[in-house]
Design a protein around this ligand. Structure first.
Ligand code: TRP
Length: 330
């Protein structure tokens, strides 16, 4: 059985894109793997976070993950900062990783933009910490989005160089796992990803939206004035139509072809109300359970503490051995 590790930023209530792109896959992976799921608060502060908000966001993210079906008894769910082994191994990896490697990271370039000089050193070494997250548990299977694949390659480079430099085969090879996930786009602009940072709430569906809110957001979603095509080729130049069809396909676990076989030739009216129904069926129960869980903060905290205790029990012997390999007296 492969050990799975994945991390998610504690950014508050996730939206539909986070759910269909990541959370839903995590839930499925639990069936056949030993899973360790981590709320990466150390990564979060690579850009400024209001402390109260970071706490609140971590609890909200926890509530949604539990509501969506993460099982904290059979698997492990915790926040990164509670297990100090991550930071210790990350420091070692800061010394193994090369500036030349980090300079190639496209995510840093995208995030830092032109104002590179003014970003935190943490943002720059972010991928080294991510490598440490995974290898702290010697996890070998890592579900990530496409945007994180380069970081997994870097993690493998770091593991290999560590093994080479210290004459060992201590760290295993990591395999990224990128199931074909729906790319969920903004409801206001089919060419932009659905995003928390979009100022318009109408652009996204949050995992706490109730049926009425979902129906209203879907009704107002941008479309063009043509009827839906009968073949997927007909969606090529129609980003908004493609997004809604993709969403319908994703929440009902059917291929887009099938969706168009049913709705092709019709206007958006019927389709949008069918889509809203499907979305409410999927998200409604998660939203209800999330609200219920958020009323019991001490339960959420105890889930995280219990997860951290069990994570630590796996992490400590591994990171202590890595420290010994480096020559630290332990
Ligand atoms: N960087 C990942 C993201 O933004 C989150 C993350 C942190 C992660 N550590 C990880 C993902 C380790 C997988 C494995 O999505």
């Amino acid at each position: 059985m492969k050990r799975v590790f994945s991390g998610i930023q504690p950014s508050g209530i996730p939206h539909l894109g986070n759910y269909l792109g990541a959370i839903r896959n995590w839930v499925t992976l639990q069936e056949e793997h030993e899973c360790i799921f981590c709320l990466v608060d150390l990564h979060a502060i690579t850009v400024w976070q209001d402390p109260k908000e970071l706490q609140e966001h971590t609890l909200q993210q926890t509530a949604v993950l539990l509501a969506a079906g993460i099982d904290p008894q059979r698997h492990i769910l915790f926040n990164q900062s509670a297990v100090s082994a991550h930071a210790r191994l990350a420091w070692i990896f800061n010394c193994v990783s090369r500036l030349g490697w980090l300079n190639r990271m496209t995510q840093f370039k995208d995030k830092a933009g032109k104002n590179r000089e003014n970003h935190s050193a943490g943002l720059y070494v972010y991928p080294n910490l991510m490598a440490a997250d995974i290898l702290t548990y010697k996890a070998t299977l890592v579900p990530v989005g496409d945007d994180q694949k380069q970081h997994i390659e870097l993690a493998n480079d770091i593991a290999q160089k560590f093994n080479h430099d210290y004459g060992t085969d201590f760290f295993p090879q990591i395999e990224p796992f990128t199931p074909p996930a729906a790319r969920v786009m903004s409801l206001r602009d089919g060419t932009k990803k659905m995003s928390k940072s979009d100022p318009s709430e109408q652009s996204r569906i949050d995992l706490t939206d109730d049926a009425d809110t979902i129906a209203q957001k879907v009704r107002r979603a941008k479309t063009d004035s043509d009827p839906l095509p009968s073949e997927t080729e007909g969606l090529a130049e129609r980003p908004e139509a493609r997004n809604l069809v993709g969403l319908y396909a994703a929440v009902s676990s059917t291929p887009p072809e099938q969706v168009l076989a049913e709705f092709g030739g019709q206007g958006f009216g019927t389709f949008k109300s069918a889509l809203a129904d499907r979305l409410s069926t999927t998200i409604g129960p998660i939203a209800d359970e999330t609200r219920r869980l958020l009323d019991d903060r001490s339960h959420l905290l105890s889930v995280l503490r219990n997860g951290a205790d069990r994570a630590r029990a796996i992490a400590e012997p591994i990171v202590t051995e890595a420290e010994q390999l480096v020559g630290f007296l332990r």
